[in-house]
Design a protein around this ligand. Structure first.
Ligand SMILES: *[C@@H]1O[C@H](CO)[C@@H](O)[C@H](O)[C@H]1NC(C)=O
Ligand SMILES: *[C@@H]1O[C@H](CO)[C@@H](O)[C@H](O)[C@H]1NC(C)=O
Ligand SMILES: *[C@@H]1O[C@H](CO)[C@@H](O)[C@H](O)[C@H]1NC(C)=O
Ligand SMILES: *[C@@H]1O[C@H](CO)[C@@H](O)[C@H](O)[C@H]1NC(C)=O
Ligand SMILES: *[C@@H]1O[C@H](CO)[C@@H](O)[C@H](O)[C@H]1NC(C)=O
Ligand SMILES: *[C@@H]1O[C@H](CO)[C@@H](O)[C@H](O)[C@H]1NC(C)=O
Length: 507
């Protein structure tokens, strides 16, 4: 009961969003149904259906304006199979993006302008005059392909292309991936995949593929690094950069020249080609996952990080992850709620009011995750290790291994540590003063009964109608904060969960 929080209710206002999380208990199920029915009654008009289209190419002179009566997705162009569609995707009542949607699952595969949000109104337009352009209500260009082509087509691979009449390609969406790549799409060294919440990114290096976390401005921590095995072909210096591609034979390959991969990361369906869409996606939790569409579901067939405790922020800020057991908080006096051990931090303790204004929290038996990728120095004692951090305002914490003398430095706001139980490993963490206001103590709130809880939720819900309206005006930043996301830019969460609402429309 205590886990059904305000944020859950926000999700419920787009039915289907938090089903997994909320259906964990019987009381949760009852409440979910109860809340769902109420919400559907309250917001029924929002849940009417999306518009479809039969248009298979856009020619010069094409113009479309946002249809305010379409609640979620307004299709403008479809692929030859009819399973993919380009259109306006409304992320809420305020913002919109141009996206390629996989219609059977209602999941966006590609988004044109993930970093620049477009306010929508009936004057927001998509124009094709050789150049494909989105213009905002004031007529300002917010995104364009910068081409002089003759037509726009959407291929059955999900690749959106601006072509000349002779079929030559001037621009393609494959060159501007968002958070996913699909089969046969070339991911090169100058591309980046960014998770829908903006916290994680994937890039290629000279001879490796890396995942990076962005927990502090202008600072990136690599948390997964996969070096090319070079079993079938070697990387030859001077032969140009490597690129990655999903091979129809069931693997994520890295290539340099020719068709022999320099690296193979096999999927579950390795050497068993699948007749359907295959893609990998950088998830909001920082994992890189592969899926194929089996006709009714996206089936997981690959993940880069198998142990959830090796994800950068599995249990949120100041969280503690124990293999097989899940999350708790670094401070054993604090009850764990997702993302709530402490509110997320972004900066450092170097400037302004935050300057060196911290208290210290220690915890034995912890380790940094992905420690082989973390910076460390060798020090002779725990005291020396701690004081190196204490004096340095860009340091948020250290973990000392008494057996090896390694002192690992955490140069970004503390995320999730790994509980290893080995007491020779000691963590020292800075907690900004004032950051831990309002967090719940163990035991608090456990006594609330089912009926009492239901009443509270009903009241919160009623209040929430007006809250949403207020919130919509507050815009995106606030939304991200509540999601527990620290976003360096105005990304919206375009992950799987956020658009399940559209599913309602396909039934
Ligand atoms: C997609 O289109 C290509 C040709 O453009 C065709 O060879 C292929 O069979 C199509 N795939 C599906 C699944 O329709
Ligand atoms: C991917 O790269 C290969 C090799 O450079 C090239 O032949 C192919 O056309 C590219 N595919 C796309 C979709 O750009
Ligand atoms: C499109 O959808 C239909 C029905 O859902 C399916 O039979 C077909 O294989 C799909 N095509 C592709 C390319 O996914
Ligand atoms: C919490 O941690 C402190 C110091 O690490 C320890 O003394 C105390 O027993 C712990 N409390 C619980 C409830 O585990
Ligand atoms: C403080 O820590 C940062 C990051 O570890 C490091 O680059 C810098 O040199 C340190 N400054 C001092 C004065 O030790
Ligand atoms: C750490 O190591 C030192 C010497 O290697 C030893 O004296 C001390 O007891 C150790 N401390 C812990 C907490 O294991």
């Amino acid at each position: 009961m205590a886990t059904l929080k305000l944020s859950s209710i926000f999700f419920l206002s787009f039915p289907g969003l938090c089903m997994e999380r909320c259906l964990n208990s019987v009381t949760g199920r009852f409440l979910t149904q109860f809340v769902l029915v109420s919400i559907i009654l309250l917001y029924a008009p929002i849940l009417s259906c999306s518009k479809s289209t039969n248009q298979q190419e856009l020619l010069k002179g094409f113009k479309a304006t946002v249809d305010t009566s379409v609640p979620s997705f307004q299709a403008l162009l479809r692929d030859p199979t009819g399973n993919l569609s380009l259109g306006f995707l409304k992320t809420d009542r305020t913002y919109l993006s141009l996206a390629v949607l996989h219609l059977p699952s209602s999941e966006p595969i590609w988004v044109a302008n993930p970093t620049r949000l477009t306010h929508w109104s009936d004057r927001t337009r998509l124009i094709f005059d050789g150049n494909l352009v989105i213009s905002d209500p004031h007529g300002k260009v917010v995104w364009s392909t910068g081409t002089q082509g003759d037509r726009v087509v959407l291929l059955n691979s999900s690749n959106l292309q601006v072509q000349k009449l002779d079929d030559s390609v001037l621009w393609q969406s494959f060159d501007f991936p968002t958070n996913s790549i699909v089969e046969n799409q070339n991911f090169t060294t100058n591309m980046t995949l960014v998770s829908s919440n903006g916290r994680y990114s994937m890039r290629l290096g000279n001879d490796f593929m890396g995942l990076y976390a962005n927990f502090k401005q202008d600072f990136e921590q690599i948390y997964w690094r996969h070096k090319a095995m070079e079993a079938r072909a070697r990387i030859i210096e001077g032969q140009g950069p490597i690129y990655a591609r999903i091979n129809p034979d069931g693997y994520l390959g890295m290539y340099q020249t020719g068709n022999q991969p320099v690296d193979v990361q096999p999927f579950n369906n390795f050497q068993r080609p699948i007749n359907g869409l295959v893609r990998i996606r950088l998830e909001p939790d920082g994992n890189l996952k592969g899926y194929y569409w089996d006709g009714s579901n996206w089936v997981l067939n690959y993940q880069a990080i198998d142990d959830p405790c090796e994800l950068p922020s599995q249990c949120g800020s100041y969280g503690l992850c124990r293999a097989g057991e899940g999350c708790s908080c670094l401070d054993n006096q604090t009850e764990f709620h997702p993302g709530e051990c402490s509110p997320p931090e972004t900066g450092d303790l170097c400037g302004g009011v935050a300057k060196n204004n911290f208290r210290v929290q220690r915890r034995k038996g912890v380790e940094v995750p992905f420690k082989e990728l973390m910076a460390y120095d060798t020090m002779s004692s725990l005291e020396e290790c701690e004081s190196s951090c204490e004096r340095n305002c860009s340091c948020w914490g250290v973990v000392y291994n008494n057996a090896t003398g390694f002192c690992y430095t955490v140069d970004y706001p503390i995320q999730t540590m790994v509980d290893v139980g080995d007491e020779t490993k000691v963590g020292y963490f800075k907690v900004r003063k004032g950051a831990d206001k309002g967090k719940k103590k163990v035991g608090l709130g456990l006594g609330i009964g089912v009926v009492g809880g239901a009443l509270v939720i009903l009241m919160v819900m009623i209040g929430f109608g007006s809250y949403r309206i207020w919130k919509r005006r507050r815009g995106v930043k606030r939304f991200l904060e509540e999601e527990g996301g620290v976003s360096p830019g105005p990304y919206r969460d375009l992950g799987s969960a956020s658009f399940k609402s559209i599913e309602m429309c396909n039934r």
